[in-house]
Design a protein around this ligand. Sequence first.
Ligand code: TXA
Ligand code: MG
Length: 339
Amino acid sequence: METKLLSDSAGDLLIAAELLKNGNVVGIPTETVYGLAADARDPDAVRRVFMAKGRPADNPLIVHIAEISQLEEVASWVPELAYMLAKQFWPGPLTLILPKRDDIPAITSGGLDTVGIRMPSHPVARALIQMAGVPLAAPSANLSGYPSPTKASHVLRDMQGKIAAIVDGGSCEVGVESTVISIETENSVRILRPGYVTKEMLEEIVPNVALDPAILHQLQEGQAVRSPGMKYRHYSPKAHVVLVEGEWEAFAAMVEAQNSMGNAVYALVFDGEEHKTTVPCLTYGANAQEEAQQIFSKLRELDDIGACLVYVRAPKPEGVGLAVYNRLIRAAGFEVIQV
Ligand code: TXA
Ligand code: MG
């Protein structure tokens, strides 16, 4: 299959919407990461998404809508708290897990009777949902297990020849995937995946916000999984990634010692630190928002330059930094060291 590269011009969006209406898979920009979109109600279209990604069948997709009023086209029951959260955070990077309607096929929800729903803020994503006239199921547009794509070129790298088209909408502003929450009671929610919408932001609307333990810890054998995505290897580049907690001086001493032993190491550090060591470095920002924006792109870049072993400066696991930390411990296969 030839993968068409489309721009965000009105004419190209019409082509993309037509492809989506006809059961094809299209890579689309959102404010978080690029998504691999298909008609959420068409089981054949959704099957093509799973095949292109190589995604396990029990890992459900998020369904994207363009208006709050479409919630009831996807969810069979929408509690008052869901409307309050939607009014506050949509359009934007928050996904709500709700009971699904029967016309959302089981393949879309990974066999669960719930479905993840979000209304993206990216104008191209919203235009395409509206023009296609159907809710769009869209996981991140990477090959399963690999870092998520934040540029059209990343999607092309992973999906060339496997999907009908990619719409180039520039670099993603947020850079990490949406915050995923389940609604537990009328005044409590649980964060299953941290994102740009933080625990503190949610607490302004909901009195009780719990963090699922799997956000920061590896699941143990037999432990119940609240979100299927938690149990799979994720966000990993080809390079061996080690996450390092501690101060700069101790970090620099450790990577320099590794380097002088003849191990070809790279370091992924915060802006400004690259001048303070002779070890080859890439930087990924000066604050949590920049780190979120750049993390996936830098992990991909390390593979492009052939890095085999990468030591990464750990962000503080708070605010948006929790989302970055959560992606990095998985990229590192939970190999975290303290210096
Ligand atoms: O920002 C995002 O959310 C991006 C863009 C494209 O919208 N999408 C995204 O989708 O990250 P994906 O498929 O890569 O991640 C969805 C996560 C998975 O970990 C999945 O297990 C979880 O959400 N999920 C989806 N539906 C669920 C459900 N019904 N119950 C529990 N977890 C669910
Ligand atoms: Mg993903």
